[in-house]
Design a protein. Structure first.
Length: 341
């Protein structure tokens, strides 16, 4: 079990900046996010789109902001547990928190910060009859072990970067790849589309556009074929062993909704002094929280993270006054940041 001061649920900009603010106060953090890489909505929804309202930065992309934040928190060496979703959050008798992810990673923390943006991102499911019978066996929404698809007949559904990335990765390793996209234009990077089309020309990939999956055939959770319905013409049946679905991600509160917090629709009510939830020791910053006058802006989340850090420091060390020290002049801040004077 990992012992830490704070578990931060969410590796978006506010979660990463929370690491920094806690680190300045001498507190260690472990970060958990259901997405496989840091950056939250910035990385998932608009990594290449410009952001203009970050203080002192005229313009940056979501990816550039994420990388800058990761650089900023390097002195504090936080634990990063990506591709894991917090499933259990329970208060212990001594007031600390037991936290466990779906992957079995366990933490004992003195405080928890929820910085989950609009919630955890859940894969948009394939909506065909009895799809649940195949999920996790021969129907997949994420790839954990690419090797299990080598030598198999694959159907990959979707038209974004994830779908195209796995087409490019698995073509030539799978027996054959059939790509199915409901539109005739792709949302993926142009270079990926061009590379995929060269694979189609070489016969390694079959491309079916303006079509969608209509049914899965098989027994005992094992797919044997997929029925594809074009917008025009008759349905066609393609023999496959595995189906990979990449329809994008939808934000949901997920397990957070079951943690006994004061929920306001899909947000968590907090105070504006500590950004503490209705459960003492559990805080919420960024888009996931709500209070009168709340604005869903990254810079507001940064402010919330700073105040939450001071509140957490006071909670963990109630007998010590928490002084404001400035990174410009404070030797303690310089030491924690690894700056040589």
């Amino acid at each position: 079990m990992i012992q830490t001061d704070v578990v931060i649920v969410g590796a978006g900009p506010c979660g990463l900046f929370q690491v920094f603010e806690l680190g300045l106060l001498g507190l260690r953090a472990e970060v958990v996010d259901s997405i496989r890489y840091p950056g939250g909505q910035c990385a998932e929804l608009y990594p290449d789109k410009p952001i203009y309202d970050i203080p002192a930065i005229a313009v940056c992309t979501g990816e550039e902001l994420t990388q800058a934040l990761l650089k900023q928190i390097e002195p504090f060496s936080p634990g990063m547990h990506l591709g894991e979703e917090v499933q259990v959050l329970r208060r212990r008798d001594d007031g600390t928190f037991f936290v466990e992810t779906g992957e079995g990673t366990q933490f004992n923390a003195k405080a928890v910060v929820i910085a989950a943006g609009v919630g955890s991102f859940q894969a948009r499911p394939l909506r065909v009859p009895d799809a649940d019978r195949y999920a996790g066996k021969s129907l997949h929404y994420r790839v954990r072990d690419p090797g299990r698809f080598h030598g198999k007949r694959l159907a990959i559904l979707g038209g974004g970067d994830s779908a195209l990335d796995w087409v490019l990765e698995l073509a030539g390793k799978a027996e054959h790849v059939t790509l199915v996209h409901r539109r005739d234009e792709y949302r993926a990077m142009p270079d990926s589309v061009a590379r995929m089309q060269r694979l189609v020309a070489d016969g390694a990939v079959t491309e079916i556009t303006s079509a969608k999956a209509k049914a899965l055939n098989g027994e005992d959770g094992q797919v044997s074929s997929i029925v594809i319905q074009p917008k025009e013409g008759d349905a066609l049946e393609v023999g496959v062993d595995q189906v990979l679905v990449f329809f994008g991600l939808a934000p949901q509160l997920g397990p957070i909704a079951d943690w006994g917090l004061d929920i306001n629709r899909k947000t968590i009510n907090v105070d504006t002094e500590k950004f503490e939830t209705s459960e003492p020791g559990i805080y919420a910053v960024g888009d996931i929280n709500f209070y009168p006058g709340k604005k869903k802006l990254i810079l507001c989340g940064f402010h919330e993270a700073a105040l939450a850090a001071f509140a957490i420091k006071a909670r963990i060390e109630p007998d010590r006054k928490v002084h404001v020290q400035y990174t410009t002049t404070s030797p303690i801040m310089h030491e924690r940041l690894g700056i040589e004077n």
